[in-house]
Every structure is written in C-alpha cells, then in structure tokens.
Design a binder for this molecule. Structure first.
Ligand code: NI
Length: 177
C-alpha cells in the first residue's frame, strides 16, 4: 500500500492520503497528547496571528468535530440517504469557550469517540462503506468518503498544530505559513 493523492469532496481539494486509513485514524489521539507535551497554559493560549487559532483552539475544534463526524457516519450507516448535519466551526470556536476549556479532557473525549467510531466501522459489512448521506453543501457522500475525510481533517490540523507549536517554541516566524 502506498500513500496517494485523492480528491476529497468535503475538503474540495486534492489531499495526500495515507494508504492505511485505519492506522492513521488510530494514531491521532496519541499525536495530540504529544503536541501539548511540556507546554504551559500561556503556550496553549498563544495565537500566532490575530486570525490563527491557538493550540488549545485547534484541539477543541478536533474534539468537537469528532462528535459531528461520528454522528454523520452513524446517520449514513443506519438510515437511508439521510440529510447529514452541518456545523459552523468558526461559531463553535467563538461561542463554545474554546479559549477556556481544558485540553486534556478534550483529547480524552476525542480518543474515546474515535475508538468507538473505528470499532463501529470495523464491525459493519464492507458494503456499508457505499451507503450514502446527503450533505446540504457537498451533495451525496458515502461512508467511505466520510471516513477518508475524517483522516484528511486530522492530518490538516495536525500540520497546523505542528506549525503553531514551532512558532510557540520560537523555531519559526508566524509569517511563514
Ligand atoms: Ni477543521
């Protein structure tokens, strides 16, 4: 198996996707714990630019998005062509206390939900990956596409976390993204 570029209908872009989605999806929680190791509260709260999220905000976004992704997958798996829920990540970040909540419970919640979702996906028949939900903006999406996007979304924000941590540690300038 090799990694490859695929079109993600939710990212609406070509993305570099690991060949082993299961392994990638299972690694994310550990990578989040490593991303905050040794950081102070001030480091977690630091925004590299006025328009950029802090490490705390990125982790809260991933934790809350896992609820949405898990719910969409369950809707598409269990119901016939359901309408998939949408959400506004910017509004959630602004109004759901992303600048104040604790990162460790957020990662613990992400980890538990992710484990349960992966167990669900491993337990259904392979044909279930072709089941479809309808997203109001992105149109019909299969369970397989929703699973692929789960990993694309992790990797996008893990890169953002790495970049933000490098700025916090003074290794790069905030203008260099
Ligand atoms: Ni996101």
């Amino acid at each position: 198996m090799t990694d490859g570029r695929v079109y993600c209908p939710i990212c609406q872009a070509e993305v570099e996707r690991p060949a082993d989605l299961w392994a990638a999806a299972a690694r994310t929680a550990g990578r989040l714990y490593r991303a905050i190791r040794g950081l102070t509260e001030a480091d977690l709260a630091y925004r590299p630019r006025a328009d950029a999220w802090s490490i705390r905000e990125i982790i809260l976004h991933l934790a809350d998005t896992e609820l949405v992704h898990g719910y969409r997958l369950r809707r598409a798996l269990a119901e016939d062509s359901p309408e998939l829920p949408t959400f506004d990540p910017t509004a959630w970040a602004a109004r759901a206390a992303y600048d104040r909540r604790e990162v460790r419970p957020a990662i613990a919640g992400f980890r538990a939900l992710r484990l349960a979702t992966l167990d669900l996906l491993r337990s259904v028949e392979p044909a279930a990956f072709e089941r479809v939900g309808r997203h109001p903006r992105f149109g019909p999406l299969t369970v397989g596409q929703l699973f692929g996007h789960l990993v694309d979304h992790d990797l996008e924000h893990l890169r953002q976390l790495e970049w933000t941590r490098a700025v916090v540690e003074g290794k790069i300038e905030p203008a260099s993204s």
